[in-house]
Design a protein around this ligand. Structure first.
Ligand SMILES: Cc1cc2nc3c(=O)[nH]c(=O)nc-3n(C[C@H](O)[C@H](O)[C@H](O)COP(=O)(O)OP(=O)(O)OC[C@H]3O[C@@H](n4cnc5c(N)ncnc54)[C@H](O)[C@@H]3O)c2cc1C
Ligand code: SF4
Length: 497
């Protein structure tokens, strides 16, 4: 997904221009580099683990103004900032950080919004430690990187809480109707950009809630719904229409969309199909996917006893997997009152794909990490309810082609562990509905929609696609970036007609 070369040049020139502004030069001179480097990285204020496992409140409390300005002063405003190369959408990181340092939070927000459509969301859930922060110059001096993610979140929250969010410029209506399939980050980012360019945008969502994984997957204690709702309300104010409970491919067909006058369709239907391990006992009562578990808890209030469809609570809960979804599931199970919550992962903690912060939080909340362990079978009682997880102990072998050491079974090392709820969180596949409903659409062997990397256009001229339906399970920021790129290219194509 390369940016066009000419754009890269423009971006560099623009960044150099911003860096050369007098206020910024003065700011650089105001504090010596040595002093900036010597300062300690800010600590995110967090709720106490004992308190937070009894509620759904957001764990990270956000930085104060003083903390944010002090952290911003750690940034060296590098002439060739590598942090930007680590950001999938190329946010002008030092520009927004230096604006925080001088106390102009509005200018900081504008700098982020030039490239990111959902900064309050990305500031909370982006894996910064693997992206922008992993390239920060501070690492070269054996210092902790600048807390770019915390600062991004600070700026977005400050704008929202102080009611000083800028109203985007909206082009005159052009009368062209476009449809979006799915309301996750890819669909929302696309909808926002198209509405600003004057298109009539309708977002069709299969579920009764708008937001995709941001609502049904990522729990409230990590990403409060009110944060996502502000973004959705902002889109409504831009004139975007949301149609919930509408499955494209079932409720409405591709032909129906044409008949309704939609000239372009952006498919952002995500990767919501859970994978299982195909081991004996996975169909016992009490074994479910994390997708089902989290959706029922997050969207259907199934954790409450008075719910029409309450979810099983379980005393001994095993969550299988080591990604963010697994981490969200163990922490949700803990909040639902489970006494013993186990995270069962076949490799070691080092190989876990989940964010470091999630691992730390899960441990603080009393989750038992059962690494180098792989379930091979579930056993049940006479009522068909899971009672036991049979686990094969593993050791790490040589690194595979991806550099990760692969787990190898230790012969004869098998244990039976009592469980009454198992949540399988071993990955997701692209949602097959759209590919099945539109047979002419080019689809890869993995079930992802094939698009041109630059334009996000599919094999069918009026269909563009992005996010997890194109990438398989990826990240919020990549989905959002795809939505924005698809919007720019679809708008150009439709306006040229
Ligand atoms: C539990 C969990 C935790 C995660 N944590 C993180 C994290 O911390 N950081 C991070 O960066 N990423 C995280 N991810 C991944 C990230 O959320 C996804 O990569 C991202 O949401 C993908 O966005 P999307 O817009 O492509 O799809 P989605 O967010 O999946 O949205 C797709 C939407 O399309 C709808 N839909 C599907 N088919 C149709 C249809 N035929 N008609 C109408 N609507 C349809 C679905 O109901 C859904 O609402 C997590 C994922 C999960 C599941
Ligand atoms: S690499 Fe680190 S120090 Fe340099 S500009 Fe980026 S955030 Fe600031």
């Amino acid at each position: 997904m390369m940016m066009k070369k000419s754009n890269v040049m423009d971006e560099k020139e623009l960044r150099a221009k911003h860096r050369g502004e007098a206020w910024r030069e003065n700011l650089r001179k105001a504090v010596p580099v040595k002093e900036r480097v010597a300062r300690e990285r800010v600590k995110m204020p967090e709720l106490d683990p004992k308190y937070r496992v009894g509620c759904n409140d957001e764990v990270n409390q956000g930085l104060t103004v003083e903390m944010a300005m002090a952290e911003a002063a750690r940034c060296l405003d590098c002439p060739d900032p590598q942090c930007i190369t680590g950001c999938p959408v190329g946010i002008e990181i030092p520009t927004f950080i230096k604006n925080i340092e001088r106390g102009d939070f509005h200018a900081a927000a504008l700098a982020i919004k030039r490239t990111s459509a959902l900064p309050a969301v990305c500031g909370r859930v982006c894996p910064q430690e693997k992206q922008c922060e992993s390239r920060c110059l501070h690492h070269k001096m054996n210092r902790e990187p600048v807390a770019i993610g915390y600062l991004e979140r600070f700026v977005a929250d400050y704008e929202r809480e102080h009611g000083c969010a800028s109203t985007p410029e909206i082009a005159e209506k052009n009368g062209i109707k476009v449809a979006v399939v799915g309301s996750g980050p890819a669909g929302l980012a696309f909808a926002g950009d198209m509405a600003k360019m004057g298109f009539d945008v309708t977002v069709f969502e299969a579920l009764h809630e708008i937001g995709g994984v941001l609502k049904y997957g990522i729990p409230e204690f990590r990403l409060p719904n009110k944060i996502v709702d502000v973004e959705i309300d902002g889109l409504r104010n831009l004139g975007v229409i949301f149609e919930e409970n509408c499955i494209i491919g079932k409720t409405l067909s591709y032909d129906d969309l044409h008949e309704m006058g939609f000239k372009g369709i952006f498919v952002a239907s995500g990767a919501g199909l859970p994978r299982f391990m195909n081991i004996p006992g996975e169909n016992l009562i009490g074994v479910m996917s994390s997708n089902e578990y989290l959706t029922r808890v997050n969207l259907m209030e199934a954790a409450k006893a008075e719910s029409d469809t309450p979810v099983l609570h379980g005393k001994n809960v095993a969550v299988i997997g080591g990604g963010n979804t697994a981490m969200d599931s163990v922490r949700t199970a803990r909040r639902n009152g489970a006494e013993n919550v186990m995270l069962v992962y076949r490799r070691s903690e080092e190989e876990m794909p989940a964010r470091r912060e999630e691992i730390k939080h899960a441990k603080e909340e009393g989750i038992h990490f059962m690494t180098l362990s792989n379930p091979v079978e579930y056993l049940g009682n006479e009522k068909g309810h899971v009672t036991t997880m049979r686990v094969q102990r593993m050791e790490l072998g040589e690194p595979g082609p991806d550099g990760r050491r692969s787990p190898i079974a230790i012969e004869g090392a098998i244990d039976d562990i009592p469980v009454d709820l198992v949540i399988v969180s071993v990955g997701v596949s692209p949602n097959p509905l759209i590919p099945n409903a539109i047979p002419d659409l080019d689809v890869s062997k993995r079930g992802t929609i094939v698009v041109d990397e630059e334009s996000m256009r599919s094999s069918l001229g009026d269909i563009y696609a992005g996010g997890d339906i194109v990438r398989g399970g990826a990240t919020v920021i990549l989905a959002m970036g795809d939505g924005r790129r698809a919007a720019a290219n679809m708008a150009e194509a439709l306006l040229a007609k």
